[in-house]
Design a protein around this ligand. Structure first.
Ligand SMILES: O=C(O)CCC(=O)C(=O)O
Ligand SMILES: [Fe+2]
Length: 319
């Protein structure tokens, strides 16, 4: 990654953030999804180390050449962690130190959101391997997970996806893979770029969203010619005609050429701009012994008004 995409907390900053996380973890009512707990989190997000807040502020303005940031040396109390969960749809409901760290940091970036149909609408979610799900193209699997923008089908896709590592995989081979459209588009022909900016693609919802319908036809490259956004999920986005399909294949090749692997370690938080970056994961081998790879995940939205019509009572969960 570009050096500006990696931000390492000093040990003093880590201790400061750890203290703020303890305060949030103790806030009442002890329910992450309660509006009052989240409200306390917004307040306390102003007390994170100022250098980290400033870096997040710059990242919000411009996500840089990688479109993502890797924050290292965040506090994780490894000795106090419970076993890695092993169930489908695993989420955090009761505040703990680690869930408070990701909540504080990502509330400084924007509003944390979730989807009612996914992970039961919980605002802090777990990414863990689940027995029997190994081959599934979702975050409970452990075979290679294809490159995707998060919730590509949805009109209110998250602006950022944040992944906070508490445990690495046993063999230390699992890589979060990220690939940025800012590097990929330079590898495309003008003819392919022109096709990719036309609404010649649809993306169906994943099985976890049973009540949702497929997207309207959409382009894969959107906005500024010299710095477009990307909207594609190579697991599920379908071309509507053969020529559009060939351009999608060329786009996938371009993204594959500039992909970067990040072996997340405990205390690492990767935040990707979901308009510029596709993410996926390499293969790894879970043991289901309570010590498997374990990430917390949050989604962040910048303009909360944009989704108000699908959020009841001005809450943080989208229908
Ligand atoms: O396991 C990972 O590193 C990423 C999984 C993923 O795509 C997600 O949780 O959104
Ligand atoms: Fe994902």
């Amino acid at each position: 990654m570009d050096s500006q995409s990696v931000f390492v907390l000093t040990d003093d900053e880590r201790a400061q953030l750890s203290e703020v996380a303890d305060e949030l973890a103790a806030a009442q009512p002890a329910e992450i999804d309660h509006p009052e707990w989240m409200g306390r989190g917004r307040d306390l997000s102003a007390a994170i180390p100022v250098r980290l807040a400033a870096r997040l502020r710059q990242f919000r303005h411009d996500a840089g050449p990688d479109g993502s940031i890797l924050i290292r040396n965040l506090p994780v109390r490894e000795a106090e962690l419970p076993d890695t969960p092993q169930v489908l749809g695993s989420v955090e409901r009761t505040p703990a130190h680690s869930s408070s760290v990701i909540a504080l940091t990502t509330l400084q970036l924007g509003e944390i959101i979730a989807y009612r149909n996914e992970k039961s609408g919980a605002l802090v979610q777990n990414v863990v391997p689940v027995p029997g799900q190994e081959a599934e193209q979702n975050n409970a699997g452990s075979q290679r997970l294809g490159m995707h923008a998060e919730n590509t089908f949805h009109d209110n896709r998250p602006d950022y996806v944040a992944l906070f590592c508490m445990r690495a995989d046993h063999d230390r081979v699992a890589e979060l893979q990220v690939t940025c459209v800012r590097q990929a588009v330079a590898l495309l022909t003008d003819a392919d770029r022109a096709i990719l900016t036309q609404p010649r693609y649809v993306t169906p919802p994943p099985s976890s969203f049973p009540t949702q319908t497929a997207s309207e036809p959409h382009a894969l490259l959107i906005g500024a010619d010299d710095d477009p956004n990307v909207r594609v999920d190579f697991i599920s986005t379908e071309a509507l005609d053969a020529e559009a399909g060939r351009a999608k294949d060329a786009l996938e090749d371009a993204f594959d050429k500039v992909v970067q692997g990040i072996k997340l370690e405990p205390g690492d938080l990767a935040i990707v701009n979901n308009h510029l970056v596709l993410h996926g994961r390499s293969h790894f081998t879970p043991r289901y012994d309570g010590k498997d790879r374990w990430l917390h995940r949050t989604f962040v939205q910048l303009d909360h008004r944009r989704s108000r019509a699908v959020r009841q009572s001005n809450g943080n969960v989208l229908d």
